[in-house]
Design a protein around this ligand. Structure first.
Ligand SMILES: *Cc1c(COP(=O)(O)O)cnc(C)c1O
Length: 376
């Protein structure tokens, strides 16, 4: 039995009645239409998502992994090519590189932000390098002008993994609009999520978007004309309709995440045993997908928080380059010191749009006493 006062990571059941009603009417609309795959809802969502992100094209696909994979396939990235990405990400980022037949090259992070380190990436560029996948981790937009300059200098594609950063901006521009393409996931727990899997690729490159549109649908150009070895990865009408409804709420949900994060940040800042990531210089740069701190003796902290009904998670306990699936496939020419350190200390505290202010306050006080008791 869940305790009455459990502070959960994702209390979806608390969403406002008005939002639930909009989602229900979206579902009814699709059921009534009898059109379930690649119809008006997907088209409308693609249009709205491009408007929202300030990009020319959106292609709805089955999930975030496929958005990355199909985008890279459309760019012709494949066997013999190397793609640099971060040690600290959801493994799907690395998996996408493997899926296209390329070799993932794992770089270190900046310790202050946990984002991919430019210096580390620079040291890994070879003549085989074709692209960099920058991950806007935890909702934090990276410094894209800097990454654009770097990738341009080396003739590489800049790919943005925006799965955790819906709506984050840098210099007023949305993540996903800087690189050759951006990949979004609409997995339920993301800042914009459906009630199942979903994803999208955004791009300003018409040819790339057209190619992904073909790839997602069996490689068909016209019905029964297969010009590519495509896949089946289509955002479905039901998810698209739900996403359209939930998109209206995204700014509200983001503001609530940011408010919670700000309260947590200002209160936990003074706890010497709990290290915060560096604050973004502008609110637009951080959509606060996850509130991550670093603590020593993480297992004890988690256990003590859990014993008073506070859920926590770890993003991520195993850095990319240590995953068994890689089986030595990824070359790690240097020790990824910052990633090792971060993955051993990082702890994600519950901070969803629907986490209440009293919950945030009780989280702060519980966290303070646990950390102080540890004498950190
Ligand atoms: C969630 C996530 C993905 C994968 O998205 P799916 O829709 O689950 O395939 C990729 N990259 C990052 C950084 C993610 O957080």
């Amino acid at each position: 039995m869940r305790r009455e006062h459990t502070i959960r990571m994702n209390p979806f059941d608390r969403e406002p009645r008005a939002l639930k009603k909009q989602v229900e009417s979206a579902v009814k609309r699709v059921l009534k239409s009898g059109h379930y795959i690649l119809g008006p809802e997907v088209e409308a969502f693609e249009h709205e998502w491009s408007t929202f992100t300030g990009t020319h094209h959106t292609v709805g696909v089955g999930n975030g992994l496929d958005a990355l994979e199909l985008g890279m396939r459309a760019l012709g990235i494949g066997p013999g090519d190397e793609v640099i990405t971060t040690a600290m990400t959801a493994f799907a980022t690395v998996l996408a590189i493997h899926r296209v037949g390329a070799t993932p090259i794992i770089a270190d992070i900046e310790p202050e932000t946990a984002l991919l380190s430019l210096e580390s990436a620079r040291g890994l560029v070879t003549e085989k390098t074709k692209a960099v996948i920058f991950v806007h981790l935890y909702g934090r937009a990276g410094n894209m002008p800097e990454w654009l300059a770097f990738t341009k200098e080396h003739g590489l594609h800049l790919i943005e993994d925006c799965a955790q950063a819906h709506g984050a901006r840098f210099n007023g521009r949305h993540v996903g609009s800087f690189g050759v393409f951006g990949a979004f996931s609409f997995y339920p727990t993301k800042n914009l999520g459906g009630v199942g899997d979903g994803g999208a690729l955004v791009s300003n490159d018409q040819d790339l978007a057209d190619k992904v549109r073909i790839l997602r649908n069996y490689g068909q150009q016209n019905r029964y004309e297969h010009v590519e070895w495509g896949v089946n990865s289509r955002l479905d009408e039901m998810q698209a309709a739900i996403l359209l409804a939930r998109l209206e709420w995204l700014p509200i949900m983001t503001a609530r995440r940011q408010r919670n994060a700000q309260v947590l940040r200002s209160n936990l800042d003074s706890l010497s045993g709990c290290k915060l990531l560096a604050a973004a210089s502008k609110p637009e740069q951080d959509v606060s997908h996850l509130f991550v701190v670093r603590v020593r003796d993480r297992e004890t902290v988690m256990r003590k928080l859990s014993s008073t009904g506070i859920e926590t998670l770890i993003h991520y306990p195993i850095p990319s380059h240590r995953q068994a699936a890689l089986g030595g496939e990824s070359s790690v020419p240097e020790l990824l010191v910052s990633a090792e350190q971060h993955s051993s200390e990082c702890l994600t505290l519950p901070s969803s749009p629907w986490t209440t202010r009293p919950e945030i306050e009780s989280l702060i006080s519980r966290m303070s006493s646990v950390i102080e008791a540890l004498g950190n």
